[in-house]
Design a protein around this ligand. Structure first.
Ligand SMILES: [Ca+2]
Ligand SMILES: [Ca+2]
Ligand SMILES: [Ca+2]
Ligand SMILES: [Ca+2]
Length: 538
């Protein structure tokens, strides 16, 4: 099952390395080539039939061609029946065998053509009709009527003492914030809005210094040599129309030239860009996460002397959310970890061979029903190896029911870039988590937001601060104004320059799922684009 993510992977940022030295596993070198030993290559785990049940065997055989095996218990029967199988049947061409499927080519004629020619739907039935029915029957007979609640639900204190909440210096009617980003050097806050396609630049007093109209909603910014590089997504909602852009705004004494220079165009719903000199030629290359919808890619744009880019698709799948560039194997060459939110969900590390080619490895496979929504690298246990902080909670696909496996997860690195889950905080619709030592006691704490919180019974889970006791046990608290927005994006950084890390969260009120009318009304009336949580530690 692929998740038809309501993307919203907006507003990601590269996690800093926390200044800790990271020793990666030793790699055999032969000549100038780097051979990555087999134990570093984690291929997609292919679960084999363990129960001798034909429907299960068929699912293992066919479904794992595109993603990890999903147990029938992962979703309620009604969701399998009404949403998953009509879509999966279409991908597998089962309409050619007479199965009623749901083919989605998009709304725009150009998009239809792109999807049609993109090989999204198999041109013939990939399974015998009899086998398809056996597979479907197996799932429908085993799936529960509804999902259980998580086994353990942790209490969330209503208010953290650590933060003081503050509104931005302006209101935004119908706020749909797609980007919040702190730049610590300039002490500026960048805010993007979907409806107006505006990029707002706020000073640390939270007043707006500049407002710049973009071609579409800005979802990522990066300052490079004083200029502002802005990624504009095109359509925020799922689409395969390639209308995203990477634009450079010239910096001028704290302001930016509003006439941007287009660096890359025709991007497929880009959500994030990473910048690094991947091939050590002195030019900054770009790794673009082109999330797309049914088509997409992680694209490597190698900078040329003449200012153009040479394009290579490192991962030809939709769902590329964010990339992290680090030297994961300590061979001196920067590698790329890409976080996939669809298909083969989880983390794929592309090891840089230094000659323009990369060796891919599926470092952290995550089942597709998890709804991967964000992922960052930090060294949580101080062993020198980068661990993973992830949120699972994208609920834009099918039906936004509450799912007991949604939440915040920490996976520890075994030293060979293989990851094992160590901590889970159940949190409906968890959408992004970032770690910092917020209380300055020497360990990494976590800030997490939810886009699909249980607003009826547990609205405080929309923002949770998780304080670390030093042993990866966390105490949860929320903020007093948590209900004032629908939190899609977040960033952390010392915005006021007083030595502690502040938090900014952005509200996107038009999500795909239904919310209680009283909440929507309050969000509309509030016109609140976001909140800053000033850290009071210093
Ligand atoms: Ca490397
Ligand atoms: Ca570690
Ligand atoms: Ca701490
Ligand atoms: Ca601060």
């Amino acid at each position: 099952m692929m998740s038809l993510s309501f993307l919203l992977a907006a507003c990601k940022k590269e996690a800093p390395n926390k200044g800790k030295k990271v020793d990666a596993p030793q790699i055999k070198k032969s000549g100038t080539r780097v051979d990555i030993s087999n134990d570093l290559i984690h291929s997609q785990p292919f679960i084999t039939d363990d129960q001798g049940i034909e429907g299960r065997r068929l699912a293992m055989q066919h479904c794992q061609r595109c993603h990890m095996f999903v147990e029938p218990a992962a979703l309620p029967k009604s969701v399998w029946q009404s949403f998953v199988f009509p879509r999966m049947g279409a991908f597998m061409g089962m309409h050619h065998a007479g199965v009623k499927t749901r083919i989605e080519l998009g709304n725009h004629p150009a998009e239809k053509q792109i999807v049609q020619s993109g090989g999204v739907y198999a041109p013939r039935a990939e399974m015998a009709l009899k086998d398809w029915q056996t597979l479907v029957d197996y799932y429908l007979s085993q799936a529960p009527e509804k999902l259980e609640k998580p086994a353990e639900i942790f209490p969330i204190a209503p208010r953290s003492e650590l933060f003081q909440e503050a509104s931005f210096g302006y209101r935004q009617p119908n706020p749909n914030t797609t980007l919040v980003r702190i730049d610590e050097d300039s002490k500026q806050l960048f805010v993007g809005d979907m409806v107006t396609a505006q990029l707002s630049i706020l000073n640390a007093d939270l007043n707006r210094a500049q407002k710049i109209k973009m071609s579409s909603a800005p979802v990522h910014t990066q300052i490079l040599d004083g200029d502002l590089w802005v990624t504009n997504i095109g359509f925020v909602n799922p689409s395969d129309l390639p209308i995203g852009e990477l634009v450079v705004l010239k910096g001028m004494d704290g302001y930016y030239d509003t006439n941007g220079q287009k660096k890359l165009t025709r991007l497929r719903r880009p959500t994030h860009a990473s910048y690094a000199d991947m091939n050590k030629d002195g030019l900054t290359d770009v790794l673009m996460s082109e999330y797309g919808n049914q088509l997409g890619a992680l694209t490597y744009y190698q900078a040329k002397q003449d200012g153009t880019y040479q394009k290579t698709e490192l991962m030809k799948e939709p769902g590329s959310m964010i990339s992290h560039i680090r030297d994961f194997n300590n061979d001196g060459w920067p590698d790329v970890a890409v976080v996939q939110g669809q298909n083969r969900e989880g983390v794929h590390i592309h090891y840089n061979r230094g000659d323009g080619s990369f060796t891919p490895s599926y470092a952290l496979p995550v089942p597709p029903h998890y709804g991967s929504a964000s992922l960052e690298f930090y060294d949580f246990n101080g062993d020198g190896h980068l661990d993973i902080l992830a949120t699972n909670g994208d609920n834009g696909d099918y039906r936004a029911i509450l799912k007991p496996y949604h939440g915040v997860r920490i996976y520890l690195n075994d030293g060979n870039n293989a990851f094992k889950e160590r901590y889970f905080f159940p949190m409906n619709g968890a959408f992004k988590a970032l770690a910092e030592d917020f209380d300055l006691d020497g360990d990494l704490d976590i800030a997490a937001i939810s886009m699909f919180a249980d607003l009826n019974d547990r609205p405080e889970e929309s923002f949770v601060y998780l304080e670390n006791d030093g042993k990866l046990n966390f105490k949860a608290s929320s903020i007093s104004r948590v209900k004032e927005g629908r939190w899609l994006c977040m960033d952390t950084g010392d915005l006021d320059g007083d030595g502690d890390k502040d938090i900014v969260i952005g509200s996107f009120i038009r999500g795909p799922s239904e919310v209680p009318p009283s909440f929507l009304k309050a969000w509309e009336n509030g016109a609140l684009p976001g909140l800053v949580l000033w850290n009071k530690t210093k």
